[in-house]
Structures are given as C-alpha cells and as structure tokens.
Design a protein around this ligand. Structure first.
Ligand SMILES: [Zn+2]
Length: 245
C-alpha cells in the first residue's frame, strides 16, 4: 500500500500551489510561437504503458528566470544552487480598482512604504492579474515594476521577486530584468493563487529543472505555511479559496 504523501508532511505545515497548470495549446508570451504540447508516445490499451514527450519553451506558464536570461555571462538555472530558488517571502498588495486587479501600468516604489523586508528572500506582488490567465487580456497589458521600484528591490539583498503577471517589465521593457540580473536575482513570473497567502510568515519554493545551458525553466512553485495560521480573507477554509490538503 502506498502511503498518502500528506501523512509524511511535517505536522502543522500546509502547502499552497502557486502554479498554473501546463495545458497543450495554452496562451504564451506574445510572439513566442514555439510548440507547447504534451505528446503521447504510447498509452494504456494500445501500448505497454503511458509515455509522453514535452514540447515547450523555457518561459512557459509559471516559470523562473535566471540572471543569464538578460545578462551575458551570468548563470543559467542549472548553474545555481537550489537554495537560490527558495526562502522566506513577503507579499505586496498594491491597491486594486473595482475590477479586483491592479490597473495595468508601472508600480512605483511607494508600494514598499511600511513593508519590512528584513529577513525576506523573496518579494511577491499580488496584483490579482492571474484572474485573466487563459484569456486574451492576460497578455495584452499588465501591472509591472517601474525602474525606481526595481532599483529599490535590487538593493534589498533579495534572492528574487515574483509576480502574478507575464513579466516584471512591460511588454517592450527590460529595466527590472536588467537590474535584477545584475544583482544575481531570479524572477518568478506567471504565479497563481497569491491572493490566498498571508503577507508574510511563509516559505516560497520555485525549483527549476537543472537544464544545462537554459536561462529559465517552468516550475511548480509552492508556498509552505503553518497550518495553524488564521484563515485569509475570512474564508471558512484553512486558507481562503485554496484547498489545503
Ligand atoms: Zn521569463
């Protein structure tokens, strides 16, 4: 008999999935026209087993960028220790409009006012934008980090920054990518479920595949929280809308 994985989890620890599912044919970065599919090589019934092949770009769905994405000579994902992709995180929640999402456009450094970054390895921006995932609006425009905000984050001694949008920068920009790459930071993009997280007091893990020569990798990003924390948003579930196993 196979034991349930939850049985082996340390007591009092809950896990929240911060990743979008990878689905054949799903939307990807504008202009990225590479195949995106799970190809079945053989299957139950007409073969000895199910076996599949992946065809996808390294920046598909929820993914991590290494500094080598924008900085020549900087490391790719396989050249970095797994430790660089996990650590304590804080969540920034800029003011939302009536739509429940932050308006597309640059976020200024004022969003950090009053935020204690001490002890944090990652800063995650919950803009609500992931509610557009799978729709044309998602890649049309989005909230992004202004250069003054990115500069402050790059000086904060962080391992990385994450957003629930397609990119740190706007569609044609690169200021935040350049600043973070120079600081040796990683970028988490297309995160999901950030609205279910507390503002602090949890770990984020976004481990890339060790793809030698690659500057990015899709990840199954997760947050680890204390199960005993109070419900987020007053929901009756342990962590609001997210089902905690
Ligand atoms: Zn990327």
């Amino acid at each position: 008999m196979i034991a349930d994985a939850a049985d082996r989890r340390p007591p009092g620890v809950a896990l929240v999935d911060l990743s979008h599912p990878i689905v054949t044919g799903m939307p990807q970065w504008p202009g990225d026209a590479q195949p995106l599919r799970v190809v079945r090589l053989c299957d139950h019934g007409d073969g000895p087993c199910r076996s599949s092949r992946l065809e996808l770009g390294c920046h598909v769905g929820t993914h991590v960028d290494a500094p080598g994405h924008f900085l020549a000579g900087a490391p790719g994902v396989a050249e970095m220790s797994p430790d660089r992709f996990c650590g304590p995180a804080v969540v920034i929640r800029p003011a939302c409009g009536s739509t429940g999402t932050v308006a597309p456009g640059p976020l200024g450094p004022a969003v950090l006012d009053g935020v204690d970054l001490g002890g944090a390895d990652f800063v995650l921006f919950d803009t609500g934008w992931s509610r557009h995932w799978g729709q044309p609006a998602y890649y049309a425009s989005w909230p992004w980090l202004s250069e003054p905000l990115a500069a402050r984050l790059a000086e904060a001694g962080l391992k990385g920054v994450g957003l629930d949008t397609p990119s740190l920068d706007d569609r044609d920009g690169r200021a935040a990518h350049d600043l973070f790459a120079a600081a040796g930071m990683v970028n988490l993009e297309n995160l999901a479920n950030l609205g279910s997280l507390p503002s602090a007091g949890f770990l984020v893990l976004a481990l890339p595949l060790p793809l030698v020569g690659a500057e990015a990798s899709p990840v199954r990003a997760v947050a680890l929280l204390e199960r005993t924390r109070r419900p987020i948003g007053g929901g009756s579930g342990a962590f609001g809308d997210v089902q905690v196993p």
